[in-house]
Design a protein around this ligand. Structure first.
Ligand SMILES: [Zn+2]
Length: 294
């Protein structure tokens, strides 16, 4: 028995946050925590209660600057640059990155001619890193809902791998909608349940349940969206035009294993894009990247 599996299971969350339904079944169990699928709308969510102000990502220990640089500036470079080419180059305005972590994306966006870039992040250590190491005085600490930004003052708002951590997405999405200009865009990157659940089951079948492997991160990823469920929560919070696009994936780490991982990811990505277009957008097996306009 592993250490994790001895932790008491969390009290199950009562209702699906997407449709309010209470009928569900477990699709995976991760060290005592059930991951559930709503029988009414298909939303996948963890039975772990989580917290609305998620601050667990950076922990409390010191931040390893070299590792941070490799991961956020190195492995994310292609994805961030792909985004910048599509959404920022040739335009001008103000961008807000919510849950900006160490600030690497804010720094890249701020370097694009014509753009002012701001960040909000709940972890004080991450904010200290962004301000002191990256020299960003436009990164602020706290929950964005308490930011006092002027309504309608941002052209682009980004959330990279944030929304899956938030138990109730509605107050956050409604607030971000209020910060956007009339023709602004909210862009979010988040795992796709359609891929993550089978992948977790495959990992369990091939390698068993091991604390050093990743499955669904059931204590951190409280909501795992699909195209249909993410579209639904965006639309009810005032985003009328919701479209899914594909961004170059995060690269693997250096070394032989990292290169193999990169190749596999890229192959999957190319196949996912082909399948998406061949199915006229009906089948999406990529990570979810959504662009939503008011
Ligand atoms: Zn539901």
């Amino acid at each position: 028995m592993t250490e994790l599996s001895r932790i008491d299971p969390a009290p199950a969350r009562g209702r699906c946050v997407v449709c309010g339904g209470s009928r569900r079944h477990a699709v995976f169990t991760e060290f005592g925590v059930d991951v559930l699928e709503c029988d009414d709308c298909g939303h996948v969510y963890s039975s772990w209660p989580g917290g609305q102000d998620y601050d667990g990502y950076f922990g409390t220990g010191p931040i390893d600057a070299e590792a941070a640089e490799r991961f956020w500036n190195g492995q994310h470079a292609r994805m961030y640059d792909d985004f910048i080419r599509r959404f920022l180059v040739g335009r001008r305005g103000r961008l807000l990155d919510v849950g900006c972590g160490l600030g690497y994306f804010v720094k890249r966006a701020a370097a694009v001619p014509g753009w002012e870039a701001f960040g909000y992040e709940i972890s004080p250590q991450a904010v200290a890193f962004a301000r002191e190491r990256l020299g960003l005085d436009t990164v602020f600490c706290g929950t964005v809902e308490t930011s006092h930004f002027t309504p309608g003052s941002f052209d682009v708002i980004t959330m990279w791998d944030v929304i899956e951590h938030i138990p109730d997405p509605d107050p956050l999405l409604a607030y971000l909608r209020s910060l956007l200009t009339a023709d602004g865009v909210l862009c979010m990157h988040t795992p796709n349940a359609v891929v993550q659940v089978p992948k977790a089951r495959l990992t369990r079948r091939l390698r068993g349940m091991r604390p050093d492997l990743h499955y669904l991160e059931a204590r951190d990823h409280i909501n795992i969206y699909k195209v249909s469920t993410l579209r639904r929560v965006l639309q009810r919070n005032g985003f009328r035009r919701v479209r899914f696009i594909h961004l170059s994936p995060i690269d693997g780490m250096a070394g032989y294993k990292g290169r193999i991982a990169s190749l596999l990811k890229r192959a999957w990505f190319v196949a996912a894009v082909v399948l998406f277009h061949a199915s006229l957008g009906r089948i999406n097996v990529d990570n979810l990247f959504v662009a939503a306009n008011p």
